[in-house]
Write a protein that binds this ligand. Structure first.
Ligand SMILES: [Zn+2]
Length: 440
């Protein structure tokens, strides 16, 4: 029980809480107390101490409160190119993407594209997301301004960016980290586009910074057949072997896609504690293939869910992604028992938190953790009746069912109204940019 003089910022009560704690408690008529950026107390509404001084009370009867979702892989500002390069294989898609990016990924455009991405993600219950894109400094500032938790960092690549700009240089990477490593809403990392778009000297630079600073490392790996061929031509190895040789596998490494893995490689990821961001929409839409997620989970690999960029998905909806993840694995294994709903929901929350190295801070509604929460309206026709909440969360619910979102103890969406981003203005600005993109 709390001290009598305690002052609380927010008390949310009267809802069903999906805690995702170690016992996987589901608390009916539950309440959550938030002080500052953290959850202070979780329990039954009837047990709420009466002597607290509470600044804001939110009564939510009939609603379901879940841990904020963690989107472990994406390229936010590609919202600008949503639907621009569909129905093409990855190589053609990439060529088109790189051309349009060279013309349009200015700091101003990336900022507004990223703001649109954050609106979409908050509306879908996502409270923390990884980004890998040009103008990462601008995006970081936009996320801080919006009160959105982001995973971001310099990205090494040989691909030319805006107006032919070359990849991150070593000093530029350090400068970014010096500025943002102590920023509470930014979880800094070092990124590399992939083994086929970088070189050994970039890998060494990335490795050196990672070792010095103890940071998370993110890259694309083993996404498509053509990547496997390119990497084989370049190094005589698979992408996983290249990363292993460069010392880039381990508990602080997060690999996006991992569609083409051998049994040995799956075991290697499990042994080294390397995490995977599974992005089924992107893999299916680009016909890259289907990742062996059921096998990875069985082997003990930490698997999280990522939407990838909105130009290859084409949305940032974690519910859609999770449903697809579960269904595709059942379809390809011929076994409806693989990836049950509770496991998939854990991938959307705790799996994401663990994959980004914040497994003890995010992903569950538990005293002491950061207050990142989403509240869902379960009164909808498509969620009636409810026998099993996990089943609904994975197979029936969608972004539109999320009504309130709290990030770092701050309410950023209330009754579906965005409180930290001007949605109308941002959409108008993106449409203007799209008018220019059409002329390219
Ligand atoms: Zn990606």
């Amino acid at each position: 029980m709390a001290e009598p003089h305690i002052s609380i910022d927010i008390v949310i009560s009267g809802c069903t809480i999906i805690t995702m704690d170690a016992e996987r408690r589901i608390i009916e008529d539950g309440a959550v107390a938030i002080r500052g950026e953290r959850i202070l107390w979780v329990g039954n509404t009837s047990e709420l101490p009466t002597n607290w001084k509470v600044k804001q009370r939110i009564e939510l009867s009939g609603k379901v409160l879940i841990p904020g979702l963690v989107n472990s892989h994406g390229h936010w500002a590609m919202t600008l190119f949503r639907g621009y390069m569909d129905d093409a294989p990855l190589e053609t898609w990439l060529q088109k993407a790189w051309k349009v990016e060279a013309a349009f990924v200015s700091p101003e455009n990336v900022k507004v594209g990223s703001q649109l991405a954050m609106i979409e993600m908050i509306r879908g219950g996502t409270t923390c997301a990884a980004d890998m894109y040009w103008q990462y400094r601008t995006t970081t500032e936009a996320a801080i301004q919006a009160g959105f938790r982001m995973v971001n960092g310099p990205s090494f690549t040989e691909i030319a960016g805006y107006k032919g700009k070359k990849s991150t240089e070593y000093p530029e990477a350090l400068e970014y980290l010096d500025t943002y490593q102590s920023e509470p809403m930014v979880h800094c990392c070092i990124q590399m586009h992939s083994t086929y778009t970088t070189n050994e000297s970039m890998m060494e630079d990335a490795g050196r910074i990672l070792e010095d600073r103890g940071l998370l490392f993110i890259t694309h790996a083993s996404e498509s057949r053509s990547e496997m061929e390119l990497v084989h031509q370049k190094y005589g190895l698979t992408p996983i072997q290249v990363l292993e040789r460069a010392g880039l596998l381990g508990p602080r490494s997060l690999l996006a896609h991992c569609v083409y893995l051998s049994n040995e490689e799956i075991d290697k990821l499990a042994e080294t504690g390397t995490s995977v961001a599974h992005c089924p929409s992107s893999n299916l839409k680009l016909a890259s293939g289907i990742a062996r997620v059921a096998d990875m989970v069985k082997a003990g690999v930490i698997v999280s869910i990522g939407t990838d960029g909105p130009a290859s998905n084409n949305d940032l909806d974690m519910f859609h992604e999770a449903q697809l993840a579960a269904m595709v694995q059942k379809g390809i294994t011929g076994d409806p028992t693989v990836l049950p709903a509770e496991i998939v929901f854990a991938m959307m929350t705790l799996g994401g938190a663990r994959a980004i190295g914040m497994g003890d801070q995010l992903g569950a509604v538990e005293a002491g953790r950061l207050a990142d929460l989403a509240i869902m309206d379960f009164d909808a026709a498509h969620l009636t009746p409810c026998y099993d909440i996990y089943s609904h969360l994975v197979y029936a619910a969608g972004s539109a069912d999320v009504c309130d979102v709290v990030i770092n103890g701050r309410v950023v969406m209330r009754n579906r109204e965005m409180l930290t981003l001007d949605e109308k203005e941002i959409k108008q600005r993106v449409r203007k940019i799209a008018d220019e993109v059409r002329k390219l």
